[in-house]
Design a protein around this ligand. Structure first.
Ligand code: HEC
Ligand code: HEC
Ligand code: HEC
Ligand code: HEC
Ligand code: HEC
Ligand code: HEC
Length: 492
C-alpha cells in the first residue's frame, strides 16, 4: 500500500471523489479558458460552460472534501472515544502536509474564484450573453441592433443600470426569463419594456449632451412609386430638431420636450393612443390637453423623455416600403428593371406571412418568378442577373426584419419617430387635442416640425423654396391624404 501523506480521515470515498471532481472541473475550466482565448470568438455556450457550469462542479467537489472528513470523524467518534472534529498536531508530518496542501489549495482557490467571479460577472453582462444565449428569443433584437447606430453600445448600458442593486434586479429578471425559456413560456413577440426602462436622463444623457441645440437637421428622402418605371422622386426635409441653449436655457423644436416637462396618460400598453397630456413649462405654468372623449384625467402618468420619440434607435424593424426604397437607392435592387418595386413588395409581403424563416426565404424566389411569368416572361431571360440580385436583396431584407417564430417585424413594434407608418408625433400633434386652459390646439400643421425645401420629380426637375413647399402626395388619385394621418393608410 502507498504511503498516505494526508490525515487519515481524508481517505474516505466522499472526500476522494470530491477531490477528483474538483480537480477534473478545474482542469476542464482551464482548458476551456485556453480554448476561449485561442479561438478569440465570444461564444455564449462556451461561456456558460466555462464560467457558470464548471465552477458549480468545482464548488461541489470542494464541498465534498470537508463533508467526507467530517462524516468519517463522526463515525469514528461513535466507535472510539474521540471528538467529532479532527485533531491537528503540527508535529505530525502528515498533519503538516495536510495543512500545507489545504492552505495553499485554499489560497489558489480564492485567487481563481475572484478571477472567475469577475469573469462570470463580465460574461453575464456581455452582448453575447444577452443577445445570443436565448438565441431564438433575443435574435430579432440582437440582429437588428448589430445594424443600428448603437451597435457599439452594450445591451446593458441601456437595459441594466450600473451598481449592485441594478445588477441583482437584472439577474433576478434573467432567472425568470431563463425559466420561461426552458418551459417555453415567453411572450412572442417580447413586449417592449416601456414600463421598465430607466429614464432617458439616466441612459441616453450619459453620452448625449442635454443642452445641445441641433438646429435644423437635413433628411433626404428618396422614394419610388409602385409603377412600371419605379419612378423615383425625392425631397429634402429640414426637421426642426432644436434643443436647449446652454447659455440662455431657451428651448425650441422637437427637442423642446426634453427641456420642458410633458406628462401623458396612454390608453394602451404600447403607448400608441394618448388621449390626455400636460405641458409644464420652464416658468412653472402649465397646459392640460385632451381629446373631446378623453374622460377624467387618469392617475397613472408617464413623463416624456428621449425614448418617447426615439424608441427604436437600437432595434429598428423596417417597413417594406422603406427597406425596398433603400435597396433601390443603393442599387442592390436595380430600379431599371420594369416593375421591380412591385415585384419586391409582393415577394416580401408573401414571405411575411410564412410560418417559418426557411419557407419565407424560399417563397421569395418563387414569388419573383411567378410575378414575372404573369407580367413579362421575357424579362426572366433578358434581366436574369438583375432579378437574381433582387431576389438576394429581398431575402436579406426579409432575413433581417422578419422573425416568424417570435411574431416580430415592423408590425409588432411601432416606431414613434415621425408619423408615416405609426402615429408617432401625431399621437399628440393631430389637431384633436385642445388645452383646457385657453383652448390652444396642438396642430398637425405640416410646417410645425419640418419644411420640405426641395422636391425632385421623376423627370429630374427640381423645385426648391427655403420657405417650404407644399407636400404633394405621390398617388394623385388619393384625395383624403391631407385630412387623415399618413399612418392610417400606410400603417400595419
Ligand atoms: C441605445 C440603447 C439600447 C441598446 C444598446 C440596446 N437596447 Fe434593447 N431596447 C432599447 C429600448 C429603448 C427598447 C424599448 C423599445 C420600445 O419602447 O419600443 C428596447 C427593447 C428591447 C427588447 C424588447 C423587445 C422589443 O423589440 O421592444 C429586447 C428583447 C431588447 N431590447 C434586447 C436588447 C439586446 C439583447 C441588446 C444588445 C444586443 C439591446 N437590447 C441593446 C434600447 C437599447
Ligand atoms: C454609450 C453611449 C451612448 C448611449 C448610452 C446612447 N447613445 Fe445615441 N449615439 C451614440 C453615438 C456614439 C452616436 C453616433 C453614432 C454614429 O454616428 O455612428 C449616437 C447616435 C444617436 C442618434 C443619431 C442616430 C443616427 O442614425 O444618426 C440618436 C437619435 C441617438 N443616438 C439617440 C439615443 C437615445 C435616445 C439614447 C438612449 C436610449 C442613446 N442615444 C444612448 C452614443 C450613445
Ligand atoms: C418629441 C420627440 C423627441 C424627443 C423627446 C427627443 N428627440 Fe431627439 N430627435 C427628434 C427628432 C424629430 C429628430 C430629428 C431626426 C429624425 O427625424 O430622424 C431628433 C434627432 C436627434 C439626434 C440626432 C441629431 C442630428 O442632427 O443628427 C440625437 C442625437 C437625438 N435626437 C437625441 C435625443 C436625446 C438624447 C433625447 C433625450 C434627451 C431626445 N433626442 C429626445 C425628436 C425627439
Ligand atoms: C405626449 C404628447 C406629445 C408627443 C408624442 C409629441 N409632442 Fe410635440 N409637443 C407636445 C406638447 C404638449 C407641446 C407644447 C405645446 C404648448 O406649447 O403648449 C409640444 C410642442 C412641440 C413643438 C413646438 C416647440 C416650441 O418651440 O414651442 C414641436 C416642434 C414639437 N412638439 C415636435 C414634435 C415632434 C417632431 C414629435 C414626434 C417626434 C412630437 N412633437 C411628439 C406634446 C407631444
Ligand atoms: C409634430 C411634428 C410633425 C408634424 C405636425 C408633421 N410632421 Fe411630417 N414628419 C415629422 C418627423 C419628425 C418626420 C421624420 C421622420 C423620420 O425620421 O424619417 C416626418 C416625416 C415626414 C415625411 C417623410 C416621409 C418619408 O419617410 O418619406 C413626410 C412626407 C412628411 N413628414 C409630411 C408631412 C405632412 C404633409 C404634414 C402635414 C399634413 C406633416 N408631415 C406634419 C414630424 C411632423
Ligand atoms: C387616405 C389614405 C392615405 C393617406 C392618409 C396617405 N396616403 Fe400615401 N398612399 C396612399 C395610397 C392608396 C398610395 C398608393 C398605393 C400604395 O402603393 O400603397 C399611396 C402612396 C404613397 C407613397 C408612394 C409609395 C407608393 O406605394 O407609391 C408615399 C411615399 C406616400 N403614399 C406617402 C404618404 C405620406 C407621407 C402621407 C402623409 C402625409 C400619406 N402618404 C398619406 C394612401 C394614403
Amino acid at each position: 500500500m502507498r504511503k498516505r501523506r494526508l490525515i487519515e480521515s481524508f481517505y474516505n470515498l466522499t472526500s476522494v471523489l470530491g477531490s477528483l471532481l474538483a480537480l477534473t472541473a478545474f482542469g476542464v475550466t482551464l482548458s476551456l479558458i485556453l480554448m476561449d482565448w485561442v479561438s478569440g470568438t465570444e461564444s455564449p455556450y462556451l461561456g456558460i460552460l466555462t464560467y457558470i457550469v464548471m465552477p458549480v462542479f468545482l464548488m461541489i467537489g470542494l464541498l465534498l472534501i470537508p463533508i467526507g472528513i467530517w462524516r468519517t470523524n463522526r463515525r469514528q467518534a461513535k466507535t472510539e472515544a474521540r471528538s467529532a472534529l479532527p485533531v491537528f498536531d503540527l508535529n505530525n508530518a502528515r498533519h503538516r502536509v495536510t495543512a500545507v496542501v489545504f492552505t495553499v489549495g485554499s489560497m489558489l482557490f480564492i485567487v481563481f474564484t475572484s478571477f472567475g467571479t469577475y469573469h462570470v460577472y463580465e460574461f453575464s453582462e456581455s452582448n453575447s450573453f444577452c443577445g445570443e444565449t436565448c438565441h431564438t428569443v433575443m435574435s430579432p433584437e440582437f440582429t437588428v441592433y448589430q445594424h443600428s447606430s448603437h451597435a457599439e453600445v452594450d445591451c446593458v448600458t441601456c437595459h441594466v443600470g450600473s451598481g449592485a442593486s441594478h445588477y441583482v434586479k437584472a439577474k433576478f429578471n434573467g432567472v425568470n426569463q431563463l425559466l420561461g425559456m426552458i418551459t417555453g413560456n415567453f411572450e412572442r413577440p417580447i413586449a417592449a419594456p416601456v414600463h421598465n426602462m430607466r429614464t432617458g436622463e439616466e441612459i441616453c444623457l450619459t453620452c448625449h449632451a442635454p443642452d445641445k441645440n441641433y438646429g435644423l437637421t437635413h433628411l433626404r428622402k428618396e422614394r419610388y412609386k409602385v409603377n412600371k418605371r419605379n419612378s423615383k422622386y425625392s425631397y429634402d426635409l429640414l426637421v426642426n430638431v432644436g434643443g436647449q441653449s446652454a447659455q440662455t436655457g431657451e428651448s425650441s423644436g422637437a427637442h423642446w420636450h426634453a427641456a420642458n416637462r410633458v406628462e401623458y396618460a396612454p390608453a394602451d400598453a404600447k403607448h400608441q393612443v394618448i388621449p390626455w397630456f400636460k405641458a409644464i413649462y420652464q416658468d412653472g405654468t402649465s397646459r392640460t390637453y385632451s381629446t373631446s372623449d378623453a374622460g377624467d384625467p387618469p392617475a397613472e402618468r408617464v413623463v416624456m423623455d428621449c425614448m418617447s420619440c426615439h424608441n427604436r434607435e437600437a432595434h429598428s424593424f423596417l417597413p417594406p416600403h422603406i427597406a425596398i426604397d433603400e435597396a433601390l437607392t443603393s442599387e442592390a435592387i436595380n430600379p431599371e428593371v420594369p416593375k421591380i418595386k412591385e415585384a419586391s413588395l409582393n415577394a416580401l409581403g408573401s414571405a411575411a406571412k410564412a410560418s417559418d424563416k426557411k419557407t419565407g426565404l424560399e417563397q421569395i424566389e418563387h414569388e419573383f418568378r411567378d410575378f414575372y411569368e404573369d407580367e413579362d416572361p421575357d424579362l426572366l431571360e433578358s434581366s436574369k442577373t438583375e432579378i437574381e440580385a433582387a431576389i438576394q436583396a429581398v431575402r436579406l431584407i426579409y432575413d433581417l426584419n422578419y422573425y416568424p417564430g417570435m411574431n416580430t417585424s415592423w408590425t409588432s413594434h411601432p416606431d414613434n419617430m415621425g408619423h408615416f407608418f405609426y402615429p408617432g408625433c401625431a399621437r399628440c400633434h393631430d389637431g384633436q387635442h385642445t388645452s383646457q386652459e385657453d383652448g390652444k390646439v396642438l396642430s398637425y400643421d405640416c410646417n410645425a416640425c419640418h419644411s420640405i425645401v426641395a422636391f425632385e420629380n421623376p423627370k429630374g426637375e427640381v423645385t426648391s423654396d427655403l420657405a417650404g413647399l407644399e407636400y404633394t402626395h405621390p398617388d394623385a388619385d388619393e384625395e383624403d391624404w391631407i385630412d387623415t394621418g399618413c399612418f392610417e393608410c400606410h400603417g400595419p
